[in-house]
Ligand binder design. Structure first.
Ligand SMILES: Cc1ncc(COP(=O)(O)O)c(C=O)c1O
Length: 383
């Protein structure tokens, strides 16, 4: 079992986070985007020291955390000014508050299904109207943004695009030329691009990430990027993320209003992650890539009619199971009932997800092997 995805199941079963309590013990959980790692040593030691010191009060070091995030994010294609960073307590808050503070009530916000399932509810929650412009499926190749459809939606009055980059669930990195075109479209139509970049630190080995904000000068004029150490270092419960405001003159997304609710432990952990744990992150990325090799072999053996494309980033794989019509529109529901394997339900990502399931492969080789073997057994009983 390659480090750091080598934590025994018995230890994982002691956890009380969502991945490990949502289902009974006979279910293998490969659904919610948590990873089965122990904390990177620098993060563990920082948090342990805070616990030992009783250092459990309110978060206060907003400027220090902003500096850490700005220096880290500057690796993704352009120099991030420290004063453009606004710490927030999670990416969801960053997205919702950005939309709410920038757009008039009732504005249309484009999103690109299949996509992370809370996007449309987030848009509605802040009084805006979701406008779906689905990705274009290229039959086994990377699904791509429908830039013509987005242009039409903006021309029809939508005021923003909520991007997932790298894209969840497909794991696709949008190309720099697509991002530059998107920025020009937004600029022409006086719209905003909110780029959810939570998966940015997790590109596969050898694959580089470039922020939407690095696409062009106009991208910075129309855009905000929102990211976090939470997916890469498994810190979601500690509540710390950050907005990079491409145009602070224009977008009134301010620390004074948004940074007070950051989790103190989240901030301590983010600093230890983004300054001292990048070698550890490289080991995780290598282990994730090894799991993709394994998954390739396992799917060919147990689910030969499944189709998928290796993600460029992240630890979820988007599996097309329409070659198994007996599994219905929601194969994950079938695999849970019949195989006791919990995946994310394809249709939850949009109607485009019918016949698909999302597999979280940030687990041990043993768990992945057992899960896909179980899926293969029950799928063949249905076809
Ligand atoms: C694209 C995307 N955005 C946001 C989130 C959630 O982030 P947070 O817990 O910081 O709100 C996730 C979680 O998986 C995600 O995949």
């Amino acid at each position: 079992m390659p480090f750091p995805l080598n934590v025994p199941e018995s230890a994982l079963r002691r956890r009380r986070s969502q991945k490990w309590v949502a289902y009974p013990e006979d279910v293998l959980p490969l659904f919610v985007a948590e990873t089965d790692v122990l904390l990177a040593p620098a993060i563990r030691d920082r948090l342990a020291a805070a616990v030992a010191d009783g250092d459990t009060g309110y978060f206060a070091e907003i400027e220090r955390l902003s500096g850490v995030c700005a220096r880290y994010y500057s690796r993704f294609g352009h120099e991030v000014p420290e004063d453009s960073v606004v710490p927030v307590n999670d990416v969801g808050v960053g997205v919702r508050e950005s939309l709410a503070r920038i757009l008039p009530a009732g504005s249309g916000v484009v999103y690109t299904p299949p996509v992370y399932m809370p996007f449309a509810p987030w848009i509605r929650r802040v009084g805006m109207a979701p406008v779906a412009v689905p990705l274009i499926d290229h039959d086994g190749e990377a699904p791509r943004l429908d830039l013509v459809g987005i242009e039409r939606a903006l021309a029809d009055g939508a005021r923003a695009v909520l991007l997932s980059h790298p894209h969840n669930p497909t794991g696709v990195l949008h190309r720099p030329d697509e991002l530059a075109t998107l920025a020009d479209l937004a600029s022409t139509h006086d719209a905003v691009v909110v780029s959810d970049e939570i998966w940015a630190p997790l590109t596969m080995p050898g694959v580089g990430f470039r922020s939407f904000l690095a696409a062009s000068d106009s991208a910075r004029e129309v855009g905000l990027a929102i990211s976090s150490a939470s997916k890469a270092f498994n810190l979601a419960g500690l509540k710390c993320a950050f907005v990079v405001n491409g145009n602070p003159e224009r977008f009134h997304v301010r620390r004074s209003a948004l940074s007070g609710a950051v989790g103190h432990f989240g901030a301590l952990a983010a600093e230890a992650a983004l300054t001292e744990s990048l070698d550890w992150l490289d080991e995780l990325r290598t282990a994730l890539s090894a799991n993709l090799d394994l998954m390739d072999t396992l799917l060919a053996e147990h689910l030969p009619r499944a189709r998928w494309r290796r993600p460029d980033a992240g630890f979820v794989a988007w599996i097309d199971l329409r070659g198994y019509p007996g599994l219905g529109d929601d194969p994950a529901a079938f695999f849970l009932d019949e195989g006791r394997v919990a995946l994310s339900n394809g249709p939850a990502f949009g109607t485009e997800g019918r016949g698909f399931a999302r597999v979280n492969f940030a687990c041990s080789e043993e768990l992945l092997t057992e899960a896909i073997a179980r899926m293969g057994r029950v799928a063949s009983s249905r076809s």
